[in-house]
Design a protein around this ligand. Structure first.
Ligand SMILES: Nc1ncnc2c1ncn2[C@@H]1O[C@H](COP(=O)(O)OP(=O)(O)OP(=O)(O)O)[C@@H](O)[C@H]1O
Length: 445
């Protein structure tokens, strides 16, 4: 028989079954010490008339992972602070003097909830290069990552935006013999064309106006490690030739330099566009494509690995636990269903953004589909055409920002408008441009 441990905070614990272990603490400070020494999953809080709600609130915030049941003096329930404490932190409340039978039932129920939570595969410790998921597609990808990691040839990763290409590249690096060396990520689509050559290959002093001293490029800084070239399809043609030379000869020339510099760095490239088609269009060098496409990894979109959806949502719920509103404990079954039903065009990045937003915005203890921005919004009254247009515009902008991880350039491209137009629309709808000011953490631009 497993011991059922309860952290009891306060005085006057009613009689409970003998096989339940009571860890008793008269004050929150004492309870903190006990919990550190012996963590448990269920808590019983017994509030006295003289207790300070702020102290208990702070304690419960730090111990949100327990299922709390509270016993309060009847008068406390008339006071907003205590009502809020119950709503934010507890799964059940009883007025003093608590009926032992009812309390025993509630605590038993809490133990049952804990057991259910454990059944639902506990989240893994956060590890930056861990591809979370249990679908057959992600299991296959993890096996492929380990295989290609031990080779030294370039790797080409294909997958839709936000599907996890960079994470797969990190995992290749982390499993490779180069793991102690640097992992240098570069987004070829984000560096202005005028700068990309010197960013990648470095420059010598005096190579161009403003080149006051020698500068190492990003490829050189990956010496002994791996260089991750994201959006390789955006690399300008002339730099594709330089990259090909580096892949063939393992040497580079800095801009304005005449000596070749040997660099030992493994190239991992990624693209969300089909590079074979780009070759046919003449937008990507065929020889570079074949040189890169030795070991190919395919990161499937989320909609093709639905078994990963809930484990990933749970994973991010725990990974971002410090940001959540105190009362929010997890996903309702409706939210889980909505997550399973949605197609996730922005892939894992969109899932992260929606979960983070819901963790902050949810009104209740469990996240509902609407907190995730999923499910049909109840249209209570018929809309005027103008209102409908405005709402549709706002929804489209919201959805694009989510898909693009709040990257303005990507969202503008997605919507088919210029960045300036998008900024104007954001102002019109009162949508914050930066993730910090907004409702979701998002990814950096
Ligand atoms: N299987 C996964 N497990 C845990 N986190 C994941 C997984 N896949 C992706 N992520 C997370 O989702 C976010 C987007 O992933 P990533 O940046 O690797 O996507 P990407 O395909 O490189 O996107 P883009 O094409 O826009 O550069 C990151 O925060 C990443 O850590």
């Amino acid at each position: 028989m497993t011991t059922k441990s309860i952290l009891c905070v306060g005085v006057g614990v009613p009689r409970l079954p003998a096989d339940w272990e009571l860890i008793q603490a008269a004050t929150p400070a004492e309870a903190r010490r006990h919990y550190k020494a012996q963590p448990c999953a269920v808590g019983l809080l017994i509030v006295q008339e003289t207790d300070r709600s702020e102290e208990l609130h702070a304690f419960l915030l730090d111990h949100w992972d327990l299922h709390w049941i509270v016993v309060l003096p009847p008068a406390a329930l008339d006071l907003p602070v205590w009502r809020q404490l119950v709503r934010d932190h507890c799964i059940d409340y009883h007025t003093a003097p608590a009926d032992s039978e009812r309390l025993r039932h509630a605590l038993g129920h809490a133990f049952g909830m804990v057991a259910l939570r454990h059944d639902a595969s506990p989240p893994r410790a956060r590890d930056d290069a861990t591809l979370t998921g249990q679908s057959s597609a992600i299991l296959r990808l993890r096996r492929q990552v380990v295989k290609v990691a031990s080779a030294s040839a370039p790797v080409l990763i294909w997958g839709e935006s936000g599907s996890g290409k960079e994470l797969a590249a990190q995992a290749v690096h982390a499993h490779s013999p180069r793991r102690k060396g640097p992992f240098v990520p570069i987004n070829c689509g984000a560096i202005p064309a005028s700068l990309i050559q010197s960013e990648l290959f470095g420059h010598e002093r005096g190579a161009f106006t403003g080149a006051a001293r020698d500068k190492r490029g990003l490829i050189e800084s990956a010496q002994g490690g791996s260089i991750f070239l994201d959006e390789i399809g955006d690399l300008p043609m002339e730099l594709q030739a330089n990259l090909l030379r580096f892949l063939q000869e393992k040497t580079i020339y800095r801009v304005g330099g005449t000596r070749s510099i040997a660099v030992d760095a493994r190239v991992i490239a990624a693209s969300h566009v089909n590079l074979a088609q780009a070759v046919q269009r003449g937008a990507f060098r065929e020889d570079l494509y074949y040189r890169l496409n030795v070991l190919a990894l395919d990161v499937p979109p989320l909609r093709e690995r639905r078994d990963d959806l809930l484990p990933l949502a749970e994973h991010f719920f725990h990974a971002f636990a410090s940001e959540r509103a105190p009362r929010v404990r997890g996903f309702s079954s409706g939210a889980a269903q909505a997550i399973r039903d949605y197609d996730w065009p922005g892939n894992v990045r969109e899932l992260i953004n929606r979960v983070r937003r819901a963790m902050v915005m949810a009104e209740g203890r469990l996240i509902q589909p609407l907190d995730l921005g999923l499910g049909a919004a109840a249209a209570s009254a018929p809309l005027q055409l103008d209102d409908a247009r405005i709402r549709a515009e706002r929804d489209a902008i919201d959805a694009s920002l989510l898909r693009a991880g709040r990257n303005i350039t990507l969202a503008a491209r997605d919507l088919g408008v210029s960045r300036m137009t998008l900024y104007r629309l954001l102002a019109k709808h009162g949508i914050p441009a930066s993730s910090r000011a907004g409702y979701t953490g998002g990814q950096s631009e």
